[in-house]
Structure formats: structure tokens, C-alpha cells
Design a protein around this ligand. Sequence first.
Ligand code: NPG
Length: 367
Amino acid sequence: MSIKRIEIVRAHINLVSPFRTSFGTEVDRDLLYVHVIGDDEEGWGECVAMAAPLYSSEYVDGCEEVIKRYLIPLVTPNITAHEFVVAAASIRGNFMAKAAVEAALLDYQLRCTRLSLAGFLGATQTKVASGVSVGIQPDIDTLLGVVEGYRKDGYVRIKLKIEPGFDIDRVRAVRQAFGDEMLLQVDANAAYTIDDAAHLAKLDEFNLLLIEQPLAEEDIVGHVELSKRIATPVCLDESITSYDVARGALDIGACAIINIKPGRVGGYMESKRIHDLCYSRGVPVWCGGMLETGIGRAANLALAALPGFTLPGDTSASDRYFVQDVTEPFVLKDGYIDVPNTVGIGVRPLPDVLQAMTSRVDDYRIG
Ligand code: NPG
């Protein structure tokens, strides 16, 4: 299973519609794929970092630099993904960069050993319930129209992006229009401070599944205080960068639910550790999304099939993001998406599509 080369592939894809959050508006994805190549097999990983360091401190050009300068030199011809994770622990932070390399090594190793990622991780579900994340819309009528469209598509849970000035009235309007039964949650992407606790308590009447990352990434202690002052369960996203942070956050009562994003925590193996911790404590988890193309989406679906993923994830169908995905598209069937069950992540880029999207490929010899 000797690895011969690693390619760093840079590519670009447009989103079907702009995606506005409290930190900015994404109109396209500036992509970085890690492509591990051996004699008979290959492996693919997608880096989830955005073009600019607005969601987190990582950004895609920075990830490329870290991958080339610090992570590829750790890769030896016969390294396993686990051995890579151990070696890469000496590099601080840079979770999204590490996760992209780990994912490609895992895909490669699992293809060589004829195992699926879902099987390797311990998946118990063959399809996963799919939610959709709705960006901040210019006005309430537009928002209701967008939610209506996703409901017609069959999404089983709606997540509304919120920020100060675009919150209580928006949630009230969606609840009134679609009823109390609809699974509904909100995501603030760290847009509030603890001084907003009384304001955020106004969300309590809407029976939300959760409020995601209301306060700053570093303000884990603030989330403890907020959790006492609002009834809506607090879910952490940006703050949870590792197993250790997750355990500490749960121990001090900073959150009741965790959003697991493999890119944010440094990979699928760390994600599984966080899942196992939460599962053992009865803490629900769900799989977040970073507007991934089919490569990252396939791996996320394998993770989301673990038994502790009891809430629908941001694992939407390909057509929610792109006109033409880089892989065969993932499709929504009655609110669910099938978990890939063939070897590795179960998909590969479609060569012609990838080539048309690609701007640059850099090649590194291993060994
Ligand atoms: O469906 O992939 C998706 C998007 C889900 O809302 C989503 N992602 O904060 O969780 C988030 C948010 C995000 C989007 C984060 C873009 C970073 C960039």
C-alpha cells in the first residue's frame, strides 16, 4: 500500500445562491483537495477552510502552506492515517489542514484494505436524516419563500442563521408560517455577547431544538452563564476544536449538544472520539457542514451514520450547494441521504468536472 505521491489540487466552484452568515457572505468555494496516490490506489480529502479567516482563524491559502511545509513532510510511504494523526500532534492547531490530509490518507488506506469509511468508524445507519442551513435573507418574505422551498425538497430540519437585528422576528415568522411541529434551530456564529442573554431568552417561546454558538469561540465560560439564563439548549460549534475542549465544555455545563465538524477538530478520528464521549454521556451530537463538495460530504455522511448522531445534520444534497458537484451528486430521498457503503469514502471526483474546476496542481514525491 505504498504511497508514491501527493497532489495538492486547487479548484473553484460557484454556489447556487449566496450564503450569508453573521460573519460574511459566501458566493463560491475556493477549494483545496489532497490527493494521495499509490501504485494501485488513490485517496481524496477536502479541506473545509474558507478563503478568508472569518469563521475561524484558518483560511485556505494558509492551510495549503501548512500542508506543504509541515504536514506532507510527515507522510512516509507506509504511514497509516492514525500514525499521521500522532505525528501531526506536534504541530499546534491548524485543524482544517490536518483534517484534509488525514481524510485523504484514510480514504487511501481503506481502499487498500477494502473497507468503507462508514464501517471503519462504526456506522450503524445506512441513511441519515438531512437538515438544511438557511442563510440570512434580506427580508422576512424572502426568508419564508426560501424555507418553503427547502420544505418542499423534503429537508427534515431547518436551521436559520441569525445575528443581532435578524433574530426574534425572523424565528417568530418562520414558526407562525410553518407550525410548531417543524424541527427548527438557529445558528449565531458567535454574533452575541453575554450582555445579550435577556434578548436571547426571547427565543425560548419558539421551542427550538437548540441555539448554536451564540457567543465568541473563546467564551466557553460565557456559555455556562448563558445556559443558565435561557431555556433553549446551547450547542457549541466554533468553540469545540478537540476532544479535550469538548470534555471540558461538557464538564462545566457550557453546552447540552455538540456540532461535530471533522475539519474543525482535526479529522475523522478525533470526531469519532468526541462522538464516543458524547454518546457515553447521553449528549446528542449532529454533523455540521462547511459547504463541502461531494468529497467532504461523502466522508461527513459516514460520520453522521454513527449511533450518537441523533439530530439531523447540515448534510444537505449536492443541489442545495452546486449546479454540478465534483462527484456523482448526493440526493435527498424522503428527507434522507444514503451513506456511501463502498470502499473508502465511496466516491471519487468525476475527472472531467474536476479538470474544468481546477486552477493548479502541485505534486510532491513521498519517500
Ligand atoms: O450546509 O454545509 C452546509 C452549511 C452549513 O451553516 C452551515 N455552515 O457556521 O456552520 C456554520 C456554517 C458555515 C458556513 C461555516 C460557511 C463556515 C463557512
